[in-house]
Structures are given as C-alpha cells and as structure tokens.
Design a protein around this ligand. Structure first.
Ligand code: PLP
Length: 370
C-alpha cells in the first residue's frame, strides 16, 4: 500500500492568522461580541458587493437560515422538495411543521425535476424547495412558470452556490425565486467557520428575516413574530470578511484541480465526472463522479478501496432523505416514484477537492481509480 498522508474530501480555506489576530484585538478593545456589531455589518456589506445582490441577511449557519426563510413566508401544508440533498433541506421543512413531498430528480444534473414536481402539485402544496446541487443550477425558468401557474412560493436551498453567476450578465443565481439560502460552513467553497445567509429580490422579506434572526425584536419593546436566535457573532463575521479577499483566488485553484481530474479520468472505463456546465459559472465545490456498471468495482467497493489508501471520498448524496428512518412516516416514496434519485445515490462518489490539493495528489487518487 502506498504511504500517503490522509486526504479528506475537503479542507477549509483559512485567512491569514496575523490579520485575524489584528481583527481580534479590535474586538477585544470594543467588547462587542455579537448582536449586529460592526464586523457583522461589514461582512453583510462586503457580501452584497461581492455577490452582486442588494438584500442579504447573514445568519449563524445555513440550517437556521433555511428555517427562517420558510418561516418568513408563513407557509402551511406541503412543500415539494428533493430527496437528493443534505438532510438540512428537509429537516428545515419539518421543523416548521410542514410536510416535505419528495419528487424525482434529473439524471443529467441531480436537481429536482420540474416535470415530476408538477405531477405532485395538489391543493395542499404551498411551495417548492429545490436545491442547486453541487452549485449546478436548477431549471429556474420552469420553477418560475410553476410558481405563477399554481401560485406557489419558491425557496432555493443554494447552500452550494457561493459566487454562482450567469456567464453573460453576471447575474447572481441567488436572485431567483422568493428566497435563496447560502451556507458558509467550513466544508463549503467559502466559509466563515459556520455561517449562512438569506438573499432575496424582495427587500420586505429580508427585513422580515432580519427580525426573525433576533427573536423578532423590532425594537426594545416590540416583538414581531416567533423569531429565533440566528445571529452571527463578531469573531466569525471578522473571519468572513478576511476570507472574502481570497475567495476568487481559491476558486481558481479549485478550477485547476477540477480540470486535472477531468483530464486524468477521461479514459477510465465506467467512470464519468458528473458535471453540468450551463449558462452559469461554477465554483468547483465538488468533484462528483459516477461509478457505472462497466467499472470493475461498484461505488461502495471503490469508496472502501480509496479509504484503505487513506483517501476519504464521500457519498454525497446517499442515502436519499426519503429513505431515512425519520422520514419513513411520510408517504412520499410510495410506489417507488424516485427511480432516478435512487440510481444516482447508488453511483455517486465525491472525490477530494479543495484549493490546496496538489496536482500530484490528484494524480495519486486517479491512479488508484485506474
Ligand atoms: C451544507 C448544507 C446545508 C446546511 O448548511 P449549514 O451551514 O451546515 O447549516 C443545507 N443544505 C445543503 C444542500 C447543504 O449542503
């Protein structure tokens, strides 16, 4: 067995330590640790500028942001969503006392299939919550049509979508639907250790989510609605501000890693890089491959083989959310209506990708696969 150091599926980018210590000194002097302090304000302003959006609210993490996004829309009944995602997508629906209804996904990009969604719309349906999986854009136009035709809200789980912009006019993907939710978790393309944000074209909705993240406080004596504590603290906001100055360079390093994989895996029988480059640019957050029948091993065998060599790939997304014990009560995968998502979840494997992964390490991983 080759003796390499363990390679994990991702590794977070970090700001310059000295610059962070300088920021900490200022925080120490000010004694302002949280509650919309100066770093929080600076982070929000810098994010708006960087992402090319006007209305944005920073949150302590993406999951609380998803909870608040749904809450802000005052929904009832059923939300049609994807089984092929991280559990937080559906958990946020459940925590709001709403019911997720799972529709199948598209084979070419893993995103919720709008045609399958339309088949499931009934009088209980009030919203659709698609995910731009791996940062690959959903069929945005189709969801806009469904929203209009059936009077539904659209909430995008855009956790993977930092810096995803349309190629021709630089329009952020975060401006689609009623609300979009980003995650800045350490495993994402851009991180503030933990963190998230809600973005909308509608300033009124962002006003609402600003209240919701601070228990609903409008002022000292007025509380509007059942809020939560979703505030980001000053240390993480300062960390986030520093991270922003490096993010473009980090994404371009990821791009080189991504391209090296594509090249090295090109002629491996039974392996295909699962990519979907359309009208939007990519942030190269993930390196998903499909392990097809023609490959010598099945997906789980390849996963274990790599693990034996201390390469920790991840099976994103497996198992499907609709197959989890906690979701068994919900009658949504009746009649096995999710064949595409099921097939994808059995073939997908996400290989290590991060800005500091070397091309030699990519070669080592690809040689093992070959
Ligand atoms: C990471 C992730 C989340 C949750 O974000 P956190 O910031 O970790 O709470 C939600 N949805 C998807 C699809 C994710 O990948």
């Amino acid at each position: 067995m080759s003796k390499n150091k363990p390679i994990f599926v991702t590794q977070p980018d970090l700001p310059d330590l000295n610059e962070f210590v300088d920021k900490l000194s200022l925080i120490w002097n000010s004694k302002i640790l949280t509650n919309n302090g100066p770093n929080h304000k600076e982070f929000e302003d810098a994010l708006k500028k960087h992402l090319n959006v006007q209305n944005l609210s920073v949150y302590s993490n993406g999951t609380i942001a998803l909870l608040a996004a749904l809450k802000a829309l005052n929904l009832k009944g059923n939300i049609i969503t994807t089984p092929y995602s991280f559990v937080a997508t559906s958990h946020a629906i459940m925590w709001n006392g709403l019911t997720p209804v799972f529709a199948d996904v598209c084979a070419h990009n893993g995103n919720l299939n709008p045609e399958k969604v339309e088949e499931l719309i009934d009088e209980e349906t009030t919203a659709i919550m698609p995910v731009h999986v791996y940062g690959y854009p959903c069929d945005i136009d189709a969801y806009e049509r469904l929203a209009e035709k059936y009077n539904l809200k659209i909430i995008y789980d855009a956790a993977h979508c930092f810096d995803i912009k349309r190629k021709d006019d630089n329009k952020s993907i975060l401006l689609e639907g009623d609300l979009s939710v980003l995650s800045f978790h350490a495993t994402k393309a851009f991180n503030s250790i933990e963190g998230g944000a809600i973005i909308s074209r509608d300033a009124g909705l962002i006003d609402k989510v600003n209240l919701l993240k601070n228990f609903g406080f409008r002022n000292e004596v007025e509380i509007e609605g059942i809020g939560i504590n979703g505030k980001m603290n000053e240390l993480q906001a300062a960390f986030g501000v520093l991270q922003l100055s490096d993010v473009e360079e980090n994404i371009s390093k990821r791009k080189k890693v991504f391209e090296a994989y594509v090249e090295l895996l090109r002629n491996v029988e039974g392996i295909s890089v699962f990519t979907s480059i359309g009208d939007y640019c990519s942030n190269y957050s993930y390196l998903p491959i499909l392990v097809n029948e023609e490959y010598r091993l099945n997906r789980d065998e390849l996963y274990l083989y790599l693990k034996e060599h201390e390469i920790y790939a991840r099976r994103y997304f497996y198992p499907l959310i609709s197959d989890l014990e906690a979701y068994k009560e919900i009658l949504t995968n009746r009649n096995n209506i999710l064949p595409v998502a099921t097939d994808l979840s059995e073939k997908i494997l996400c290989l290590p990708i991060y800005s500091s992964l070397s091309i030699d390490e990519v070669k080592l991983i690809c040689n093992l696969i070959k």
